[in-house]
Design a protein around this ligand. Structure first.
Ligand code: ATP
Length: 236
């Protein structure tokens, strides 16, 4: 498998704050890669930089070998990078159907086959099709946010804390669906605080600490690493 995404020594600042201090990692075509770390470690900043919402002051990001750092988010969508940001951000006063349609905005019209696939992955969205998104439960809004991103036919899907604030059963459903999405050929970069569940579906993971990668390896290796178990899995 070749590297689809290469993040090479990126530094990102918020004014005087150096949020990322030279972060490097790769994502190969077909992988699920997890970015783990405590609050404020720089996970969201990393994803926002890959999705074009932030610009690194140093370093490079490449997609299929071509530089994409500094390319704005709306252009990256045309290259197949779709981002589901933290907090879901569905359009609350639009219906489920309209939200899904918005996800296909880069095409002349939504692809019916993709829509059928999204509704098959998320039967709940089919049941709530005409309902306003703002009236959905948290789990349903997360499903809608992911479904909307899939309508853009991503090659690389960026998911920021998809399990945040959801009940354990719903979290499990969301992770199962992420696995299924990946099985159907979409590469996934997953930001999570829920390390155990993220690593269970990830091929590889990277651990961020105060803007630097301190540990990386296969999902299995990280799951059995004592430092990970102590820091993120609540074990001594
Ligand atoms: P969380 O899980 O809380 O989202 P995170 O690992 O995603 O944490 P980031 O949100 O990327 O971390 O934050 C990295 C650092 O950058 C933190 O120190 C944070 O306080 C700082 N930071 C993030 N956003 C801004 C901003 N808009 N302005 C200033 N500093 C920011």
């Amino acid at each position: 498998m070749s590297d689809m995404l290469e993040v090479d020594d990126i530094e990102v600042r918020y004014g005087a704050i150096r949020a990322l201090k030279g972060v490097s990692f790769t994502v190969k075509e077909g992988e699920v890669v997890a970015l783990l770390g405590a609050n404020g470690a720089g996970k969201t900043t990393t994803q926002k930089t890959v999705s074009g919402m932030l610009r690194p002051v140093h370093g490079e990001i490449r997609l299929d070998g071509l530089r994409i750092d500094g390319v704005p988010a709306h252009e990256l969508i045309n290259l197949g990078i779709c981002h589901v940001p933290e907090g879901r951000r569905v359009f609350p006063t639009m219906s489920v159907a309209e939200n899904l349609e918005m996800g296909a905005f880069r095409f002349k019209k939504p692809d019916e086959k993709v829509l059928a696939r999204v509704l098959e992955l998320f039967p709940r969205l089919q049941e709530r099709y005409k309902q306003l998104a703002g009236t959905l439960s948290g789990g349903e809004q997360q499903m809608l946010a992911i479904g909307r991103a899939l309508m853009g036919k991503p090659r690389l899907l960026l998911l920021d804390e998809p399990s945040m604030g959801l009940a354990p059963l719903v979290v499990q459903q969301i992770f199962d669906i992420i696995r299924e999405i990946n099985d159907s050929g979409v590469t996934v970069l997953l930001v999570e605080q829920n390390a155990a569940q993220a690593l269970a579906i990830a091929n590889r993971g990277y651990v961020l600490e105060t803007g630097e990668i301190v540990l990386s390896g296969s999902g299995e290796k990280l799951l059995s690493d004592d430092r990970i178990r102590a820091a993120y899995l609540g074990e001594e």
